[in-house]
Write a protein that binds this ligand. Structure first.
Ligand SMILES: NC(=O)c1ccc[n+]([C@@H]2O[C@H](COP(=O)([O-])OP(=O)(O)OC[C@H]3O[C@@H](n4cnc5c(N)ncnc54)[C@H](OP(=O)(O)O)[C@@H]3O)[C@@H](O)[C@H]2O)c1
Length: 325
């Protein structure tokens, strides 16, 4: 089969579509014949040599895919050859085939095209596990999503709105109309506006009950300032650095909390539990049309370098898909 290799880490041209050996399924795994994968920010870091795959994971990039089951391990029940699926991966999505633990498979939601289903697993699992399972966002609460136009952001805005929360999102101005269409009631241009002031103005001075943050260090203090009493800040990205100053007095006065999580490095059993939760609680919202995959564009897998350049520039809205003929 072919896969995207990274013989020497570096810029987008480090990605090489080359012949490699095919995977075989372990006892609890299936092999998927991949029709599409999607670009995640983490793939850019892996390409640059800053984010090596966890032990045991495929060396090729790609944290999610959609395709058809091509082979089933001896211990797998409930899935069969020929079934269309999408999957959360620890790596290996930029390829024609991948082996994945059966616990990380999801059916393609009714009404979603097979290729587009590749846009769902990573964002659904990340957003649900942080916003719902960890931060316990409730109906009537306020959710602030940083990076609303990202793959993660476009999903978080929709999930928040579908759960009955009021959703605020930060993004460059050119993405605001599309964020409103997805359910954001307040959009904040972080390049010219102070998001703390904008959040306070939009919430009558209360602040956000939950903040999903992809910026990290440089936003830490201001994120705490933007939290409501009892608020929960969840950091999932460090685009603004890994260090910041935390005013514990401010946190204490608000009885607020700060958490940070990563999905890729979790053990398979934890990933399987998240996938089960997503199937039970999020998939029905996709089937009903309350949440839809947001796809910026599709490119053939062999043009992964071009896809990385687009995502690196931030020009995209939602997900960039990589397809296999
Ligand atoms: N911890 C986890 O388990 C986990 C899992 C998945 C993803 N993530 C993280 O989540 C983030 C999003 O991932 P993705 O793949 O969806 O990324 P993406 O599609 O590449 O989007 C990144 C976006 O960040 C926005 N941005 C940059 N600086 C910003 C700022 N200061 N304020 C607000 N927005 C800003 C940009 O939007 P504009 O065009 O509006 O500037 C850019 O489009 C990444 O940091 C990624 O590492 C974490």
């Amino acid at each position: 089969m072919k896969a995207i290799m990274i013989p020497t880490p570096g810029g987008p041209d480090a990605l090489l579509w080359a012949d490699v050996s095919e995977p075989t399924p372990g006892p609890d795994e299936v092999v998927i014949d991949i029709r599409a994968s999607a670009v995640n920010r983490a793939d850019l870091l892996q390409r640059q040599g800053h984010y090596p795959p966890p032990a045991g994971a495929s060396p090729y990039p790609g944290l999610e895919c959609a395709g058809v089951i091509g082979a089933v391990g001896t211990g797998v029940t409930g899935w069969s050859v020929g079934e269309p699926v999408c999957a959360l991966l620890s790596g290996g999505g930029y390829a024609e085939q991948v082996a994945v633990p059966a616990g990380q498979l999801l059916p393609v939601p009714a009404g979603v095209e097979l290729i587009e289903a590749a846009a769902l697993p990573e964002v659904a699992c990340t957003v649900w596990s942080n916003v719902v399972r960890l931060a316990r966002l409730g109906a009537g609460e306020t959710l602030l999503v940083h990076g609303g136009g990202s793959g993660i952001g476009t999903f978080a805005v929709q999930l928040g709105a579908a759960l009955g929360a009021t959703v605020l999102a930060t993004a460059r101005a050119g993405k605001h109309d599309r964020l409103r269409e997805l359910g954001a009631t307040t959009v904040i241009d972080y390049t010219g506006q102070d998001f703390v002031e904008a959040t306070m103005a939009a919430t009558d001075g209360r602040g956000a009950d939950v903040i999903l943050d992809i910026v990290g260090g440089s936003y830490l203090g201001r994120n705490v300032a933007a939290l409501a009493t009892g608020g929960r800040l969840v950091v999932i990205g460090m685009q603004g650095g890994r260090r910041g100053e935390l005013d514990l007095g401010a946190l204490l006065a608000k009885r607020a909390s700060v958490a940070a999580t990563a999905l890729r490095s979790r053990p398979a059993a934890e990933k399987a539990a998240i996938v089960r939760g997503v199937r039970e609680e999020v998939w029905p919202l996709i089937v009903s049309g309350a949440i839809r995959p947001v796809v910026d564009r599709r490119l053939p897998m062999a043009r992964a370098a071009e896809a990385h350049r687009i995502v690196e520039s931030g020009a995209h809205f939602g997900k960039v898909l990589l397809t296999v003929d």
